[in-house]
Design a protein around this ligand. Structure first.
Ligand code: PAF
Length: 278
């Protein structure tokens, strides 16, 4: 597995991989890899692509009040995990490579980026879209793999790729869960023992809403009940909503493709989850 840190090395190695006539897949990550990331690499490999994973903790997608320095970093363990999955190349750009001092361009996505994470974390999706565009330009993959735990992020990146006519396909991969249903996340390690027992209540609440919608109920009662139940269980709920799976616009009833999305905090740990609503 190649571990590269300069653009010149990356471009040469990607050209070699492309000469192998396999498609090139990119798995963009911020490191602290868990089984969810490994599933992305496995899906890329299973598709027959030569797989590049990137690790870059992107400061531009953290707000001033979000603790960037607390974001978990373990390069040695990440490289071990990627090697074990058979990744061809790991791209480890530094800050200057990603953000040259005189850069004048950022990418703003509206549409699916406006609500939910976009509202709670202003500037977050600008940071995500800009870094993803840069990674796509650096690696020039045929497709890129993203975890559906960050459902809105997948839709935002898809929309950017469509709008900018970028020549790659975005592939969303189903959320990997712990045995009790908790969606895997790099931030789960910050949960205390008590919070870890509470955390699966988020997916339980979403499943409860989905069951009520499937039984013919319409919003807002199932959403309001789930919201109240989570609050009683100690969550501070940022949002819990029924949305169109592509545009992220709020919906009243579970039309095909609808998604239930939620973000809620347990202490300082913010949990995100989503499931199909129809
Ligand atoms: O999902 C993430 O880990 C990040 O938002 C991404 C896509 C790697 C961009 O920094």
């Amino acid at each position: 597995m190649l571990v590269l840190r300069t653009l010149a090395d990356l471009h040469a190695a990607c050209a070699d991989l492309r000469r192998g006539a396999e498609p090139l897949a990119l798995v963009p990550t911020m490191g602290a890899l868990h089984q969810g990331h490994r599933a992305l690499v496995r899906a890329a490999m299973a598709s027959g692509a030569a797989t590049v994973a990137s690790i870059f903790v992107n400061p531009r997608q953290f707000a001033a009040d979000e603790d960037l320095t607390r974001y978990p970093r373990d390069e040695a363990a990440d490289l071990e995990a990627l090697r074990a999955e058979g990744c061809a190349l790991v791209w480890l750009p530094d800050m200057t490579t990603m953000y040259p001092h005189d850069e004048a361009t950022t990418i703003t996505v509206t549409g699916p980026a406006q609500h939910w994470e976009g509202a709670v974390r202003p500037g977050h999706f600008r940071g995500v879209a800009t870094v993803c565009a840069k990674l796509f330009g650096q690696v020039r993959p045929d497709r890129a793999y993203f975890g559906e735990k960050d459902w809105q992020q997948v839709q935002v990146v898809k929309r950017m790729v469509a709008d900018l006519l970028l020549p790659l396909r975005i592939v969303g991969i189903e959320t990997v869960r712990e045995a009790d249903g908790l969606a895997m996340s790099s931030r789960n390690r910050f949960l205390s023992a008590e919070q870890r027992t509470q955390a699966p209540m988020l997916i339980a609440a979403l499943r409860d809403v989905a069951a009520r919608l499937a039984a013919g109920e319409t919003t807002p009662a199932p959403l309001a009940d789930a919201h109240a139940a989570l609050q009683r269980q100690g969550f501070a709920v940022d949002y819990l909503a029924l949305v169109d799976g592509e545009t992220l616009s709020p919906l009243d009833s579970a039309t095909p493709g609808a998604r239930l999305i939620a973000a809620a905090r347990l202490g300082t740990v913010r949990l995100l989850d989503n499931i199909a609503a129809a």
